[in-house]
Design a protein around this ligand. Structure first.
Ligand code: ADE
Ligand code: ZN
Length: 336
Protein backbone atom coordinates (compact mmCIF):
# COMPACT_ATOMS: atom_id res chain seq x y z
CA UNK A 1 0.00 0.00 0.00
CA UNK A 2 1.32 3.35 -1.02
CA UNK A 3 2.66 5.66 1.71
CA UNK A 4 1.32 9.22 1.88
CA UNK A 5 3.91 11.89 1.13
CA UNK A 6 4.06 15.35 2.64
CA UNK A 7 2.96 16.91 -0.66
CA UNK A 8 -0.01 14.59 -0.75
CA UNK A 9 -1.09 15.51 2.79
CA UNK A 10 -0.80 19.25 2.05
CA UNK A 11 -2.62 19.12 -1.28
CA UNK A 12 -5.58 17.03 -0.12
CA UNK A 13 -8.71 19.16 0.34
CA UNK A 14 -9.54 19.23 4.03
CA UNK A 15 -12.07 20.71 6.45
CA UNK A 16 -11.03 21.98 9.87
CA UNK A 17 -13.72 21.29 12.48
CA UNK A 18 -11.99 22.05 15.78
CA UNK A 19 -10.11 25.32 15.84
CA UNK A 20 -10.22 28.11 18.43
CA UNK A 21 -9.58 31.45 16.74
CA UNK A 22 -8.04 32.77 19.95
CA UNK A 23 -5.68 29.78 19.80
CA UNK A 24 -4.27 31.00 16.48
CA UNK A 25 -2.72 34.08 18.09
CA UNK A 26 0.94 33.62 17.14
CA UNK A 27 3.54 35.25 19.43
CA UNK A 28 4.51 37.68 16.64
CA UNK A 29 0.95 38.95 16.38
CA UNK A 30 0.63 39.01 20.17
CA UNK A 31 3.64 41.36 20.33
CA UNK A 32 2.34 43.52 17.49
CA UNK A 33 -1.10 43.88 19.06
CA UNK A 34 0.39 44.49 22.51
CA UNK A 35 2.34 47.42 21.06
CA UNK A 36 -0.58 48.66 18.97
CA UNK A 37 -2.96 48.62 21.96
CA UNK A 38 -0.38 49.48 24.62
CA UNK A 39 -1.04 46.33 26.62
CA UNK A 40 1.70 45.04 28.93
CA UNK A 41 1.88 41.27 28.40
CA UNK A 42 4.88 40.82 30.66
CA UNK A 43 7.17 39.31 28.01
CA UNK A 44 10.02 41.31 26.44
CA UNK A 45 10.04 39.47 23.10
CA UNK A 46 8.59 36.73 20.92
CA UNK A 47 11.13 34.12 22.04
CA UNK A 48 10.24 34.53 25.69
CA UNK A 49 6.55 34.08 24.85
CA UNK A 50 7.34 30.85 23.00
CA UNK A 51 9.51 29.60 25.86
CA UNK A 52 6.52 29.93 28.20
CA UNK A 53 4.54 27.43 26.12
CA UNK A 54 5.24 24.37 28.26
CA UNK A 55 2.05 22.88 29.66
CA UNK A 56 1.32 20.24 32.27
CA UNK A 57 -2.42 19.92 31.63
CA UNK A 58 -5.39 21.74 30.11
CA UNK A 59 -5.64 24.33 32.91
CA UNK A 60 -1.97 25.34 32.65
CA UNK A 61 -2.56 26.05 28.96
CA UNK A 62 -5.84 27.90 29.53
CA UNK A 63 -4.16 30.29 32.00
CA UNK A 64 -1.73 31.41 29.26
CA UNK A 65 -4.32 31.34 26.50
CA UNK A 66 -6.68 33.70 28.38
CA UNK A 67 -3.76 35.98 29.32
CA UNK A 68 -2.70 36.16 25.65
CA UNK A 69 -6.22 37.28 24.68
CA UNK A 70 -5.72 40.54 26.60
CA UNK A 71 -4.10 42.06 23.47
CA UNK A 72 -7.31 41.63 21.44
CA UNK A 73 -9.22 44.89 21.84
CA UNK A 74 -10.58 46.34 18.60
CA UNK A 75 -12.65 45.03 15.72
CA UNK A 76 -9.53 45.30 13.56
CA UNK A 77 -7.62 43.02 15.99
CA UNK A 78 -10.26 40.30 15.60
CA UNK A 79 -10.24 40.82 11.84
CA UNK A 80 -6.44 40.50 11.64
CA UNK A 81 -6.42 37.41 13.86
CA UNK A 82 -9.03 35.66 11.71
CA UNK A 83 -7.46 36.70 8.40
CA UNK A 84 -4.03 35.44 9.50
CA UNK A 85 -5.53 32.07 10.46
CA UNK A 86 -7.35 31.72 7.13
CA UNK A 87 -4.17 32.44 5.22
CA UNK A 88 -2.25 29.77 7.13
CA UNK A 89 -5.12 27.30 6.84
CA UNK A 90 -5.40 27.80 3.09
CA UNK A 91 -1.67 27.19 2.66
CA UNK A 92 -2.26 23.80 4.34
CA UNK A 93 -5.12 22.74 2.08
CA UNK A 94 -8.08 23.78 4.25
CA UNK A 95 -11.14 24.45 2.05
CA UNK A 96 -13.72 24.78 4.80
CA UNK A 97 -13.24 25.90 8.41
CA UNK A 98 -15.68 25.57 11.31
CA UNK A 99 -14.10 27.81 13.91
CA UNK A 100 -14.81 28.50 17.57
CA UNK A 101 -14.76 31.89 19.18
CA UNK A 102 -15.04 32.48 22.95
CA UNK A 103 -17.03 35.72 23.34
CA UNK A 104 -16.99 35.55 27.15
CA UNK A 105 -13.19 35.72 27.19
CA UNK A 106 -13.60 39.21 25.76
CA UNK A 107 -16.91 40.47 27.16
CA UNK A 108 -15.59 39.69 30.66
CA UNK A 109 -12.78 42.19 29.94
CA UNK A 110 -15.22 44.86 28.81
CA UNK A 111 -14.95 44.25 25.05
CA UNK A 112 -18.35 44.35 23.36
CA UNK A 113 -19.77 41.17 21.82
CA UNK A 114 -20.40 43.14 18.65
CA UNK A 115 -16.74 44.22 18.36
CA UNK A 116 -15.58 40.61 18.54
CA UNK A 117 -18.05 39.09 16.11
CA UNK A 118 -17.98 41.96 13.59
CA UNK A 119 -14.20 41.65 13.12
CA UNK A 120 -14.29 37.87 12.84
CA UNK A 121 -17.30 37.83 10.51
CA UNK A 122 -15.87 40.42 8.13
CA UNK A 123 -12.61 38.49 7.78
CA UNK A 124 -14.53 35.25 7.05
CA UNK A 125 -16.64 37.03 4.41
CA UNK A 126 -13.65 38.76 2.78
CA UNK A 127 -11.58 35.60 2.66
CA UNK A 128 -14.45 33.67 1.14
CA UNK A 129 -14.88 36.31 -1.58
CA UNK A 130 -11.18 36.41 -2.40
CA UNK A 131 -10.19 32.75 -1.99
CA UNK A 132 -13.38 30.64 -1.93
CA UNK A 133 -12.76 29.19 1.55
CA UNK A 134 -16.10 28.57 3.27
CA UNK A 135 -16.61 28.77 7.01
CA UNK A 136 -18.98 28.31 9.89
CA UNK A 137 -18.69 30.23 13.13
CA UNK A 138 -19.24 28.32 16.38
CA UNK A 139 -20.04 30.29 19.53
CA UNK A 140 -18.38 28.49 22.43
CA UNK A 141 -19.51 28.91 26.03
CA UNK A 142 -16.84 28.86 28.74
CA UNK A 143 -17.74 25.95 30.98
CA UNK A 144 -15.86 27.24 34.04
CA UNK A 145 -18.43 30.07 34.15
CA UNK A 146 -22.08 29.69 35.15
CA UNK A 147 -24.98 28.62 32.96
CA UNK A 148 -26.61 32.01 33.62
CA UNK A 149 -23.59 33.70 32.02
CA UNK A 150 -23.87 31.34 29.03
CA UNK A 151 -27.58 32.25 28.70
CA UNK A 152 -26.66 35.94 28.76
CA UNK A 153 -24.07 35.31 26.02
CA UNK A 154 -26.65 33.53 23.88
CA UNK A 155 -28.89 36.55 24.34
CA UNK A 156 -26.10 38.88 23.20
CA UNK A 157 -25.72 36.72 20.08
CA UNK A 158 -29.35 37.16 19.02
CA UNK A 159 -28.82 40.18 16.69
CA UNK A 160 -26.05 38.19 14.94
CA UNK A 161 -27.97 34.92 14.64
CA UNK A 162 -27.35 34.53 10.91
CA UNK A 163 -23.57 34.88 11.35
CA UNK A 164 -23.35 31.93 13.74
CA UNK A 165 -24.05 28.34 12.74
CA UNK A 166 -23.49 26.34 15.90
CA UNK A 167 -22.80 26.46 19.62
CA UNK A 168 -20.02 24.70 21.52
CA UNK A 169 -18.61 24.24 25.02
CA UNK A 170 -14.96 24.64 25.93
CA UNK A 171 -12.49 25.63 28.70
CA UNK A 172 -11.79 23.66 31.91
CA UNK A 173 -13.53 20.31 31.54
CA UNK A 174 -12.96 18.61 34.91
CA UNK A 175 -15.67 19.53 37.40
CA UNK A 176 -17.76 21.25 34.70
CA UNK A 177 -19.93 18.49 33.22
CA UNK A 178 -22.01 19.10 30.08
CA UNK A 179 -25.26 18.71 32.06
CA UNK A 180 -24.46 22.04 33.75
CA UNK A 181 -25.42 23.65 30.40
CA UNK A 182 -28.64 21.72 29.66
CA UNK A 183 -30.93 24.79 29.59
CA UNK A 184 -28.74 27.01 27.41
CA UNK A 185 -28.33 24.19 24.88
CA UNK A 186 -32.08 23.63 24.88
CA UNK A 187 -32.71 27.32 24.24
CA UNK A 188 -30.06 27.40 21.49
CA UNK A 189 -31.65 24.38 19.84
CA UNK A 190 -35.00 26.20 19.96
CA UNK A 191 -33.30 29.07 18.09
CA UNK A 192 -32.16 26.64 15.39
CA UNK A 193 -28.51 26.20 16.29
CA UNK A 194 -26.78 22.87 15.86
CA UNK A 195 -24.51 21.86 18.73
CA UNK A 196 -21.11 20.41 19.55
CA UNK A 197 -19.24 20.16 22.86
CA UNK A 198 -15.74 19.40 24.14
CA UNK A 199 -15.98 16.16 26.10
CA UNK A 200 -13.63 13.33 26.96
CA UNK A 201 -10.42 15.35 26.53
CA UNK A 202 -9.56 15.26 30.24
CA UNK A 203 -13.08 14.46 31.47
CA UNK A 204 -14.51 10.93 31.88
CA UNK A 205 -16.72 9.00 29.41
CA UNK A 206 -19.79 10.04 31.43
CA UNK A 207 -19.24 13.59 30.11
CA UNK A 208 -19.44 12.27 26.53
CA UNK A 209 -22.72 10.50 27.38
CA UNK A 210 -24.07 13.77 28.79
CA UNK A 211 -23.00 15.70 25.70
CA UNK A 212 -24.93 13.19 23.58
CA UNK A 213 -28.02 12.66 25.71
CA UNK A 214 -28.44 15.97 27.54
CA UNK A 215 -26.92 18.51 25.12
CA UNK A 216 -27.82 16.43 22.02
CA UNK A 217 -24.63 17.36 20.17
CA UNK A 218 -23.87 16.31 16.60
CA UNK A 219 -20.09 16.00 17.14
CA UNK A 220 -17.83 15.46 20.12
CA UNK A 221 -14.73 17.66 20.34
CA UNK A 222 -11.76 15.48 21.36
CA UNK A 223 -13.70 12.49 22.79
CA UNK A 224 -10.53 10.39 22.99
CA UNK A 225 -11.47 8.95 26.41
CA UNK A 226 -14.49 7.20 24.85
CA UNK A 227 -12.45 4.01 24.54
CA UNK A 228 -12.77 3.54 28.31
CA UNK A 229 -16.46 2.67 27.84
CA UNK A 230 -17.41 -0.10 25.45
CA UNK A 231 -21.11 0.83 25.34
CA UNK A 232 -20.19 4.41 24.53
CA UNK A 233 -18.01 3.35 21.60
CA UNK A 234 -20.90 1.29 20.24
CA UNK A 235 -23.25 4.27 20.57
CA UNK A 236 -20.84 6.66 18.82
CA UNK A 237 -20.29 4.21 15.97
CA UNK A 238 -23.99 3.36 15.61
CA UNK A 239 -24.99 7.04 15.47
CA UNK A 240 -22.03 8.06 13.25
CA UNK A 241 -21.00 10.75 15.74
CA UNK A 242 -17.69 12.25 14.67
CA UNK A 243 -14.82 12.93 17.05
CA UNK A 244 -12.77 16.04 16.31
CA UNK A 245 -9.41 14.71 17.46
CA UNK A 246 -6.45 17.09 17.94
CA UNK A 247 -3.24 15.04 17.99
CA UNK A 248 -0.60 17.71 18.69
CA UNK A 249 -2.84 19.33 21.30
CA UNK A 250 -3.24 16.01 23.12
CA UNK A 251 0.52 15.63 23.40
CA UNK A 252 1.17 19.26 24.47
CA UNK A 253 -1.56 19.06 27.13
CA UNK A 254 -0.31 15.63 28.26
CA UNK A 255 -3.49 13.77 27.49
CA UNK A 256 -1.01 11.24 26.04
CA UNK A 257 2.73 11.07 26.84
CA UNK A 258 3.60 11.06 23.12
CA UNK A 259 1.91 10.87 19.74
CA UNK A 260 3.04 7.26 19.33
CA UNK A 261 1.23 6.45 22.59
CA UNK A 262 -2.01 8.22 21.56
CA UNK A 263 -5.05 6.03 20.91
CA UNK A 264 -5.65 7.18 17.33
CA UNK A 265 -5.04 3.72 15.79
CA UNK A 266 -7.52 2.16 18.25
CA UNK A 267 -10.13 4.83 17.51
CA UNK A 268 -9.79 4.08 13.80
CA UNK A 269 -9.85 0.31 14.34
CA UNK A 270 -13.08 0.61 16.29
CA UNK A 271 -14.70 2.30 13.28
CA UNK A 272 -15.17 5.69 14.94
CA UNK A 273 -15.58 8.66 12.60
CA UNK A 274 -12.31 10.41 13.42
CA UNK A 275 -11.34 13.80 12.04
CA UNK A 276 -7.93 15.44 12.53
CA UNK A 277 -7.77 19.07 13.73
CA UNK A 278 -5.39 21.63 15.16
CA UNK A 279 -7.28 23.06 18.21
CA UNK A 280 -4.93 25.96 19.19
CA UNK A 281 -2.17 25.81 16.57
CA UNK A 282 -0.21 28.86 17.76
CA UNK A 283 0.26 27.14 21.13
CA UNK A 284 0.57 23.50 20.10
CA UNK A 285 3.04 23.70 17.23
CA UNK A 286 1.05 23.00 14.10
CA UNK A 287 -1.85 23.78 11.81
CA UNK A 288 -4.10 21.20 10.16
CA UNK A 289 -1.70 19.62 7.64
CA UNK A 290 1.03 19.62 10.31
CA UNK A 291 -1.28 17.54 12.52
CA UNK A 292 -2.25 15.21 9.68
CA UNK A 293 1.40 14.78 8.69
CA UNK A 294 2.41 14.05 12.28
CA UNK A 295 -0.07 11.17 12.54
CA UNK A 296 0.75 10.00 9.01
CA UNK A 297 4.43 9.57 9.83
CA UNK A 298 3.95 8.31 13.39
CA UNK A 299 1.45 5.64 12.41
CA UNK A 300 2.71 5.07 8.84
CA UNK A 301 -0.70 5.81 7.38
CA UNK A 302 -1.33 4.91 3.75
CA UNK A 303 -2.72 7.34 1.18
CA UNK A 304 -6.05 5.58 1.47
CA UNK A 305 -6.16 6.08 5.25
CA UNK A 306 -5.23 9.76 4.96
CA UNK A 307 -7.90 10.23 2.30
CA UNK A 308 -10.45 8.63 4.64
CA UNK A 309 -9.53 11.12 7.37
CA UNK A 310 -9.90 14.02 4.94
CA UNK A 311 -13.24 12.63 3.73
CA UNK A 312 -14.44 12.33 7.35
CA UNK A 313 -13.74 16.02 7.85
CA UNK A 314 -16.28 16.90 5.15
CA UNK A 315 -18.81 14.20 6.13
CA UNK A 316 -18.81 15.51 9.70
CA UNK A 317 -19.02 19.17 8.71
CA UNK A 318 -22.16 21.31 8.74
CA UNK A 319 -21.86 21.95 4.99
CA UNK A 320 -24.88 21.34 2.75
CA UNK A 321 -24.89 17.89 1.10
CA UNK A 322 -24.09 19.30 -2.35
CA UNK A 323 -20.91 20.98 -1.04
CA UNK A 324 -19.88 17.83 0.80
CA UNK A 325 -20.21 15.85 -2.45
CA UNK A 326 -18.08 18.37 -4.34
CA UNK A 327 -15.28 18.26 -1.77
CA UNK A 328 -15.40 14.46 -1.56
CA UNK A 329 -15.08 14.27 -5.36
CA UNK A 330 -12.05 16.58 -5.15
CA UNK A 331 -10.44 14.25 -2.61
CA UNK A 332 -10.91 11.35 -5.04
CA UNK A 333 -9.44 13.58 -7.76
CA UNK A 334 -6.28 14.13 -5.70
CA UNK A 335 -5.59 10.38 -5.76
CA UNK A 336 -4.07 10.52 -9.28
N1 ADE B 1 -10.14 26.26 24.69
C1 ADE B 1 -9.17 26.35 23.77
N2 ADE B 1 -8.62 25.14 23.56
C2 ADE B 1 -9.26 24.25 24.36
C3 ADE B 1 -9.15 22.87 24.60
N3 ADE B 1 -8.25 22.09 23.98
N4 ADE B 1 -9.95 22.31 25.50
C4 ADE B 1 -10.85 23.06 26.16
N5 ADE B 1 -10.98 24.37 25.97
C5 ADE B 1 -10.20 24.97 25.08
ZN1 ZN C 1 -10.62 22.73 21.63
Amino acid sequence: MEAATKDFVWSLPKAELHLHLEGTLEPEMMMTLAERNRVDIGYPDVDSIRQAYVFTNLQSFLDLYYAGCSVLITERDFYDLTAAYLQRAESQGVRHAEVFFDPQTHTQRGIRFETVIAGIHQALVDYHSAHGITSCLILAFLRHLSEEEAIETLRQAEPFREWICAIGLDSAERGNPPAKFARVYEEARRQGYVAVAHAGEEGPPSYIWQALDVLRVQRIDHGVRCLEDEELVKRLVADGIALTVCPLSNVKLRVFPSLAESNLPSLLERGLRVTINSDDPAYFGGYLADNLWAVTTTFKLTRKQVMALAANSFYASFLPESDKKRHLANIEGTAF
